[in-house]
Design a protein around this ligand. Structure first.
Ligand code: PPS
Length: 344
């Protein structure tokens, strides 16, 4: 039996969702379980544990993912944003939220939620935010469609996400840019924690060994790619580079996928372009809530500015050697061969 599927100290899942606000025993159970897994250093400010479904993560989000697995009850109307960390999640969350809530919150409204809340407060991660700090929240009262996010690989999604028929929007990014973005991010967290920075060479080694958050990168992408091939109506598969090339087309795709296509009237009024502008790197990164605000996560209160750096394609060329680039491309080619997926 998979260690994450072992019996747990939870009498009634339904009861937990409606009555229990916290469940320290459940968290402790999974923390003990994760602590017993193989561990190693990685591309992070924390040690990684090796989940028995084949991915690496620090303790807190892995425990959160296990709690979500047994406590979260998905609805067919739910929409889950899934990404490998540093693939453009912040952008996708913004686009999805702005698209789904465009009636209550028009993109051009001066009081749009994005002026007071960061994207990570608008759509929360299961494993970093919702299921953290012993919390087992009652999510039943949230109105449809409920929007959630996760970095967890497809194989370890909360089990009812797979069975409910709810929609998943997956976004991936060139592994070299994902790595460079993660390297910058983890060095900021390492500086915060008083740790030495990781060299870019060490980051490349860790990344290639699968020792990046929720890595190996390639297994993560392939898991969702295969789910997309099997159920294209349930799993939308997007790429950061293509979103950069034509964000408006992607906003339309997103809207259609979640069953809220833009009407001719909305098209005429320029609603799509307004959403693209609202969510653009240039606009979001300059907001006061980005420059001075924070988002609450299980890993601490994170300045929203941490999630905005360059927002460009091929920045890896400024940080990785050509050899490192070729090495990652060779792994990508070998791993994706025959899958129909091409990232190079
Ligand atoms: S996280 O921590 O996993 O949620 O980070 P994530 O949002 O996935 O990735 C952060 C990178 O996305 C860039 N970013 C954006 N790109 C384009 N448009 C918008 N609006 C946007 N917002 C964030 C961010 O700058 C990080 O990429 P790098 O390459 O580090 O700049």
């Amino acid at each position: 039996m998979s260690s994450s599927k072992q019996p747990i100290p939870l009498q009634d899942e339904q009861e937990a969702q409606t009555k229990t606000e916290t469940n320290p025993d459940l968290y402790q159970h999974f923390a003990s379980l994760v602590s017993s897994l193989p561990r190693s250093q990685g591309l992070s400010n924390n040690q990684f544990y090796r989940h028995d479904q084949g991915w690496n993560s620090s303790l807190v989000p892995m425990v959160g993912a296990m709690v979500a697995d047994v406590c979260f009850t998905a609805r067919p109307s739910d929409i889950v944003v899934a990404t490998m960390p540093k693939s453009g999640t912040t952008w996708l969350k913004s686009l999805l939220y702005a698209t789904v809530h465009r009636e209550q919150h028009p993109a051009e409204a001066a009081d749009h939620p994005f002026y007071s809340l960061g994207p990570h407060e608008c759509i929360k991660y299961f494993e970093f935010q919702i299921y953290s700090r012993n919390s087992v929240p009652n999510l039943k009262e949230l109105p449809d469609p409920r929007l959630f996010a996760t970095h967890v690989p497809f194989v370890s999604l909360p089990r009812t996400v797979a069975t409910s028929g709810c929609k998943i929007v997956y976004l991936c990014r060139d592994p070299k840019d994902t790595l460079v973005s993660m390297w910058h991010f983890s060095n900021k967290l390492r500086a915060r924690d008083g740790l030495e920075p990781l060299s870019v060479d060490a980051a490349v080694e860790f990344f290639c060994d699968g020792l990046s958050p929720c890595g190996p990168y390639w297994d993560h992408v392939l898991g969702y790619w295969q789910a997309h091939l099997a159920h294209p109506e349930r799993v939308l598969f997007l790429r950061y580079e293509e979103m950069q090339r034509d964000p408006a087309a992607h906003v339309r795709r997103l809207a259609e996928f979640v069953g809220l296509p833009f009407s001719a009237g909305e098209e005429e009024k320029g609603v799509v372009d307004a959403i693209v502008r609202l969510c653009s790197f240039e606009h979001m990164s300059r907001l006061e809530v980005t420059k001075g605000g924070k988002s609450d996560t299980a890993l601490g209160s994170m300045p929203n500015s941490l999630f905005f750096r360059q927002g460009t394609v091929r920045d890896w060329e400024n940080h990785l050697s050509p050899e490192a680039g070729r090495r990652i491309d060779a792994i990508t080619e070998a791993k994706f061969k025959g899958t129909g997926l091409c990232m190079i």
